[in-house]
Design a protein around this ligand. Sequence first.
Ligand SMILES: Cc1ncc(COP(=O)(O)O)c(C=O)c1O
Length: 373
Amino acid sequence: MTAQMQPDRHARIMNALHAYSGHQSKGDPANPPIVSSVKFNLPGDPSAPYVYGRYGTPTLDATEAALSALEAAPVIGFPSGMAAITATLLSVVSPGDQILLPSDGYFTVRSLTKEFLEPLGVQADYVATRDINEHDLNGYKLVWVETPSNPGLDICDLRDLSVRAKKANSLLIADNTSATPFLQPVLDLGADISVSSDTKAISGHGDALFGHVASRHGSLMDRIRLWRKLSGSISGPWESFLVYRGLQTLEVRLQRMCANAMAVARLASEHSAVESVRYPGLARDPSHSIARTQMADFGFLVGLTFGTRKQADQFLTYGPSIYPATSFGSVHTSGERRARWGDAVPEGAVRLSVGCEPTDRLLDAIQEALDAL
Ligand SMILES: Cc1ncc(COP(=O)(O)O)c(C=O)c1O
């Protein structure tokens, strides 16, 4: 990441932290209230800041304002990452369109496309993340990328892709879940739309489902907002609040998580029980050189491949310091074998989501779990 992006990131996190409290009158609460009312006082002409819970609530607005400061772009919140992805795809594509998707990204996006978009006459092509920069983009209505990819942690060059997507008249849409806009400002790198599962690192505690879409193209955002209003895909106030609260500590959590991930990746690289390690922060990792140019840090996901499925399962259940679960990006280190969901990875491949634990204790726990194999 170029030095000139650093101050921007910090200004954005400052703005996100003060997005709510910075616009107050004497006596207002410091944090957004959890407004559970779906009815709002609405006599006469039905125009008011809030009219009905399905159109928006004050709590969701506060969360969107904070996310918007982080993205430096308008944001629309959704009740999950998949809801944000569905809204984006269905707002943009029409029957007869061709779209390009990653063959190695989050598998549910491929299932959604096969089950619901292809039967409507949308034609999807698939390409691996590491090959997309060489792929011809002509003819695609949209080019969808996920970088770093989940679970393989391959990275594509967003600046190059955005130039080529513009030339091909395609929209570039980046799923930024695994990096977050704080580590990788995909809109500044040229994506037209940023989508994210905030169920992961943005909320950060594994206790809220949420997603968002951000874009600087007003007409696209109008269409996505209309989709939300008509489909009813709106987040409740409690989840919205949890995301607002989690976002307040995003920067400090990511600092610890990225530092821990680097330490774990180094330890695992030197351990004989591990066949191979993927972490974009390792100098010999195939993603390293591009990661350095577009990420401020290398993230919290580490790929560990063991010789057998049994060893992987044993590692994941060795002790209380590694929580065996799907999902990622929260304060606790957790992991899973992705082959159990059908991802095209070896049976012994573990996606480890490194948490905020004290580094020395976490390394001791990982060392012990590896030594026991
Ligand atoms: C990269 C990526 N995008 C989107 C999603 C979907 O998010 P959610 O579970 O919040 O619907 C996930 C979930 O794991 C993911 O890993």
